[in-house]
Design a binder for this molecule. Structure first.
Ligand SMILES: NC(=O)c1ccc[n+]([C@@H]2O[C@H](COP(=O)([O-])OP(=O)(O)OC[C@H]3O[C@@H](n4cnc5c(N)ncnc54)[C@H](OP(=O)(O)O)[C@@H]3O)[C@@H](O)[C@H]2O)c1
Length: 269
């Protein structure tokens, strides 16, 4: 897959039609084509309508966009994946969902959900399937059980570099997406002398340097912003790349910090 930034509609994102329309329109103008959502974000329907309206205004088509949604934990427990996919398709007025991800790998429901998602992919209702919030212990077990996701989505930023997970995915050819790629611009990143030095060296702001670090390590960041100017700035990073040493210096900021609580529902199985 080509280098790309993904726009998130979960945490910290606009939730109403007007707010979402403004940022999606700005994102689409800047070239963002992939949007991340989930039933629990409460915006699947609005996002689909916004994407439809924006594509009409900009002369783009459905095929130009990648819409990614998820199977939430309660849906795994209920177990009727086909019903949820049909419901998402109907709600979003779509013929197919590009990417469908398991939001949390609940151990007791993973095999069943995964097998049903594979059927959804086979039927053409879904193009790619994947799993969020996994660690190497999960990936090793998936490997043993023959579970081979197209996509993995994990919390990842310079304070939490997830090197083992990324190495594993690269070896297996799995697409890697990072949520909270800026760690919500945590002060330890905003004030980092290492990142500030590269900001001066490359003449880019702190956020651009961090997002570029994701791309230069083979990861697609899922960022979000309620500000048009920030979306424009963050898309202005395809004209440079960090040197290998500079990538390594940013990776060395790792302290395995996790912003979102680790789920006690999937401690490993
Ligand atoms: N799979 C999962 O379990 C999971 C979990 C969490 C999130 N996600 C996905 O990932 C997406 C992004 O997550 P996130 O919101 O945690 O990511 P993030 O992009 O790291 O953080 C976004 C927040 O950082 C702020 N920000 C960005 N640049 C800034 C700057 N230079 N100075 C000050 N503040 C700045 C934004 O504020 P402004 O609005 O002011 O720009 C926004 O509040 C979500 O929307 C969702 O789609 C998935």
């Amino acid at each position: 897959m080509d280098e790309c930034l993904i726009f998130g509609t979960g945490a910290s994102a606009a939730k109403d039609y007007d707010g979402l329309k403004r940022v999606v329109s700005c994102a689409a103008t800047c070239g963002i084509r992939m949007f991340d959502t989930a039933p629990s974000y409460g915006v699947e329907e609005i996002l689909a309508k916004v994407i439809f309206d924006v594509s009409q205004e900009k002369g783009l088509s459905r095929e130009d966009f990648i819409i990614q949604t998820k199977i939430d934990a309660w849906q795994m427990v209920e177990g009727n994946v086909e019903k949820f996919v049909d419901c998402a398709l109907q709600k979003m007025k779509l013929q197919y969902i590009d990417n469908l991800l398991i939001h949390w790998p609940l151990p007791d429901f993973l095999d069943d959900t995964w097998n049903k998602m594979k059927l959804m992919k086979k039927s053409g209702k879904v193009r790619k399937i994947g799993i969020c919030n996994v660690r190497t212990r999960h990936l090793n077990l998936f490997d043993k059980r023959g579970v081979s996701p197209d996509i993995i989505q994990i919390e990842r930023n310079p304070l939490r570099t997830c090197e083992r997970e990324i190495e594993f995915c690269k070896q297996k050819g799995i697409e890697i997406q990072a949520y909270s790629p800026l760690c919500k611009m945590d002060r330890r990143l905003a004030d980092s002398s290492v990142i500030k030095k590269f900001s001066e060296k490359y003449n880019k702001n702190i956020g651009q340097i961090i997002l570029r670090w994701h791309l230069d390590t083979g990861v697609s960041p899922i960022f979000t912003s309620t500000k048009d100017y920030r979306i424009r700035e963050y898309m202005d990073l395809f004209d440079f790349a960090l040197s290998e040493d500079d990538v390594a210096a940013i990776s060395a900021l790792n302290i395995n910090y996790k912003y979102y609580l680790e789920s006690c529902l999937c401690p490993g199985f």
